[in-house]
Design a protein around this ligand. Structure first.
Ligand code: CUA
Length: 158
């Protein structure tokens, strides 16, 4: 049985395309630290402010020198609306929502996660450059979606 050369060519090309896609995922996962959400941790969305993990949102310095930022999303703001962290020091974000799905994206960085009611989203990143970073909500959450923002002020000598 003979296979038409064009047929054969495109069969191989299909394989090359699939390999390119898988290679792209593997490369970006390593080079840009793109990862799926790290863990599954649940929370009662109606009791967020009573929950000891989220009762006092803000920045905490951890004993090992890292920083932890706890923030709560609700239509249409983040609590607290501004946090200050140090540059070149790992920051672990812990986020949850009191109502609907929000998106937490720190503009200009690879910090980006969905914030889903009932779950705690967590990721760790390091800001190399001092400055004021905008947090934008990137999941449509209602009338005020475009107003839902916060600021992360990264402090340190440039
Ligand atoms: Cu919150 Cu869009």
């Amino acid at each position: 049985m003979t296979v038409d050369p064009y047929e054969k060519f495109w069969m191989w090309m299909a394989g090359v395309i699939v390999a390119t896609f898988i290679g792209t995922i593997a490369y970006t996962a390593r080079a840009y630290t793109l990862q799926p959400p790290s863990h599954v941790e649940t929370i009662d969305p109606a009791q967020v402010m009573q929950d000891p993990r989220f009762a006092t949102p803000g920045v905490t310095a951890l004993p090992d020198g890292r920083q932890q930022v706890v923030m709560v999303g609700l239509r249409f703001s983040w609590l607290p609306p501004e946090v200050h962290v140090r540059a070149r020091t790992p920051v672990t974000f812990r986020l949850t929502s009191m109502d609907v799905i929000h998106g937490f994206e720190v503009a200009g960085t690879n910090a980006n996660t969905m914030v889903v009611p009932g779950y705690v989203s967590q990721f760790t990143t390091t800001f190399d450059k001092p400055g004021k970073y905008l947090v934008a909500c990137n999941e449509f959450c209602g009338d005020g979606h475009h107003l839902m923002q916060a600021a992360i002020v990264v402090e340190g000598a440039p």
